[in-house]
Design a protein around this ligand. Structure first.
Ligand code: MN
Length: 489
């Protein structure tokens, strides 16, 4: 028997599906399917992540404000403040994004966009989780879009969304997103590396099976309860590692990895000892992320060893809880704390976030200040969402993103090649500095130029970005009527 105004979880979700179906009626996706397929897929992803009811409902309705006649008030009336709030956040997030046409200047090229984005995100981290689910489904169906759009979305995923997933320690999501996207950004390289991994796995198969058996025997002997599995390296992470190690496969030590999951922390260390008594550990490759978790809260023991038949294998040892958290990250803490967490969100407070995700609290406090119209010192905000990027500021307050280690000339050429070509000096945070000085996250950088200055060959030593290098090469190119002989060296 059902009552007319039933408010059970299933009933609310059913009503949301009906509402979305009606609202998107007649709309089609680029794939040719009815539009509703997309919100339903987002719903399913959020359910798989174990998200709370309001987030699932907001996920079902996430595209209605932007694309249909439904209003925020309609949603508020039917599903309450919290759902309306989440849908509003997702809508704001995509509007902030639409304002930015060029992916190279996206997020956060201008102070305005950055602030808008922060306000949208800072309100409630669940907004971001819905956005990630939305992006995941769009990536899974990316083949339906024209090639230029595919590249744009894929690139944005690698630069923004996958790092965000990583910051939230959502490991499974990060890997799926990055590999899906990388396939579109550089299909040739993707195939190459995928083949390479396959070939490597094949050649190592026997040795790995032998090692596995040795480990199983040793763990059984000690009466340790465990789960053991192999883990295949993702294509994108191999690509990034190879780039870091000058394409030298010999320096990639985690191509073969075994994961051991045990019941408690003490057993983790015990297992580490057992492994080291069987095999020789490699120098400097033992990492205790249990005692010292990574910034995103990731915990595990890692060690790389040389097996009896001279193969290199990485072991990852962790508890069940750590494993859940490594794969599902922030979403996992929602799962375990659903009731408490939803309650705390209603009060506008986050008390149940793992301490290692306190940057979210920082983000929220900043967003609150911005909403109240208070001045915010962005420099003090250690918003390190993008691990290998830094954000610096022009004296006017525009935000420029650069890779870590970038130098003033990289910054100058990013602004404009006219500026880059005529650099005579640089002020960092108001003080005269030099062109060899590495820029730090949050620096205010002022480039001094002179019309009489010309680009110098020696500047190549003071540049790390391919963009600046290309601009400088262009500026140094001899005029077309001069002929130069090429020297061999
Ligand atoms: Mn969508």
């Amino acid at each position: 028997m059902t009552t007319k105004s039933s408010n059970s979880k299933d009933d609310r979700i059913k009503r949301a599906v009906e509402m979305a179906k009606k609202a998107h009626e007649g709309q089609l996706r680029k794939t040719g399917e009815p539009y509703i397929v997309h919100p339903l897929a987002v719903k399913k992803i959020l359910e798989e992540w174990g998200m709370d009811e309001d987030t699932i409902i907001a996920g079902i309705l996430h595209d209605t404000i932007e694309d249909t006649d439904l209003t925020l008030d309609d949603i508020k009336q039917e599903f309450g403040e919290s759902v309306a709030f989440l849908v509003d956040g997702v809508t704001k997030l995509s509007t902030a994004r639409n304002g930015m046409r060029d992916i190279d200047t996206y997020l956060p090229a201008t102070r305005d966009n950055f602030l808008r984005l922060m306000i949208a995100l800072g309100d409630d981290i669940r907004v971001l989780i819905i956005k990630l689910a939305d992006r995941l489904h769009n990536l899974r169906t990316l083949s339906a879009l024209p090639p230029d759009k595919q590249k744009k979305i894929a690139k944005e995923t690698l630069e923004v969304f996958a790092p965000l997933a990583d910051r939230l320690n959502m490991g499974l999501l990060r890997v799926e997103m990055a590999d899906l996207a990388f396939k579109y950004v550089d299909p040739k390289r993707f195939d190459e590396l995928e083949q390479l991994i396959k070939k490597y796995n094949k050649s190592a198969e026997k040795s790995l099976a032998k090692t596995e058996e040795e480990i199983r025997r040793a763990l059984r002997k000690e009466k340790i309860k465990y789960k053991l599995s192999g883990r295949v390296k993702s294509v994108y992470s191999l690509h990034k590692k190879l780039a870091k190690h000058h394409q030298n496969m010999g320096e990639i030590y985690d191509l073969m990895a075994l994961r051991i999951i045990v019941e408690d922390v003490t057993t983790c260390y015990l297992v580490l000892g057992i492994i080291h008594s069987l095999y020789t550990p490699m120098d400097g490759r033992i990492k205790d992320y249990i005692a010292m978790p990574k910034q995103n809260g990731y915990q595990s023991l890692h060690t790389t060893v040389i097996t009896k038949d001279k193969h290199i294998v990485e072991f990852q040892i962790r508890t069940n809880e750590m494993h859940e958290y490594a794969e599902r990250g922030l979403a996992a803490s929602f799962y375990y704390n659903e009731q408490k967490l939803t309650e705390s969100y209603k009060k506008g407070k986050i008390e149940h976030l793992p301490t290692n995700l306190l940057w979210i609290t920082e983000l929220q406090m900043t967003a609150a200040k911005l909403r109240e119209g208070k001045k915010v010192d962005l420099k003090k905000l250690k918003l390190n969402l993008f691990a290998d990027k830094i954000f610096v500021y022009t004296p006017k307050g525009d935000i420029i993103d650069l890779p870590k280690g970038a130098l003033p000339l990289d910054f100058a050429y990013k602004l404009h090649s006219e500026i880059g070509d005529h650099v005579v000096g640089v002020k960092i945070n108001g003080k005269m500095s030099n062109l060899g000085k590495k820029l730090e996250h949050g620096d205010v950088v002022e480039i001094l130029t002179s019309k009489n200055q010309t680009p110098k060959q020696t500047w190549f030593n003071k540049i790390i970005t391919p963009h600046a290098r290309q601009k400088l090469r262009h500026a140094l190119r001899p005029a077309p009527n001069q002929t130069t002989s090429r020297k061999k060296h």
